[in-house]
Design a protein around this ligand. Structure first.
Ligand SMILES: [Zn+2]
Length: 208
């Protein structure tokens, strides 16, 4: 059967955060709208898509700026892990980077487990370390992983922000992400995409 799943990438916000969109030509989901979501909204409109979910890999400000405007414009709920609540409890983090505060939003708590999106299964992996509530989203039928700031092309996420934990980060990558098939495409929160197999072989921080 032809795979009708479509994929789009936007680079949003002041820290060039990757925002990803998947759709099945009727419904769409978005991962990490990290800035003004105008381009995302235009894409949804021109492809006549109903946005069903907004997922956050974690609650650092550069991944969540667009949550509220995108949710308000579409009615889609925001889903994230509440272990990252502390990151949005104050505006200190954005202020310390000289950034405007994140527009307030509410989210539904999700944790490790499975759910169905766009008529396809999705596994939610708890991958703490960059933040305690970091989640990675794996679509087994499409060989795609949205890893946020946990695993990057030939790099790993920073752990020097509040709540970071290097041992936890390395364990998340080794035990959860490197357990996925080698040909899984890893869509990271910043910069280039990669593959699980490529990182197992060449990542200078964690070898598989
Ligand atoms: Zn981050």
């Amino acid at each position: 059967m032809e795979d009708i799943m479509q994929f789009a990438q936007f680079v949003l916000g002041m820290i060039s955060t990757n925002c990803y969109l998947m759709h099945n030509r009727r419904e769409a989901v978005v991962f990490d709208p990290g800035g003004e979501p105008d381009e995302v909204l235009a894409y949804l409109e021109s492809n006549k898509l109903k946005l069903t979910h907004i997922f956050n890999t974690h609650l650092h400000f550069d991944h969540i700026y667009g949550n509220r405007p995108l949710s308000e414009a579409t009615g889609a709920p925001v889903l994230a892990n509440s272990r990252d609540d502390y990151l949005i409890a104050t505006d200190r983090a954005t202020a310390s980077f000289g950034m405007p505060p994140v527009p307030r939003f509410t989210f539904q708590n999700i944790d490790e487990g499975s759910m169905s999106i766009l008529d396809t299964p999705m596994r939610i992996l708890a991958t703490p370390g960059h933040t305690p509530g970091s989640l990675s989203f794996y679509l087994p039928e499409h060989g795609k992983l949205f890893s946020g700031d946990v695993l990057f092309y030939r790099a790993v996420g920073r752990t020097d922000f509040a709540g970071g934990d290097t041992q936890a980060l390395l364990a998340s990558i080794k035990e959860k992400l490197y357990a996925l098939p080698d040909d899984t495409i890893v869509y990271a929160g910043h910069e280039l995409a990669t593959t699980i197999g490529g990182e197992k072989k060449h990542n200078p921080y964690v070898r598989g």
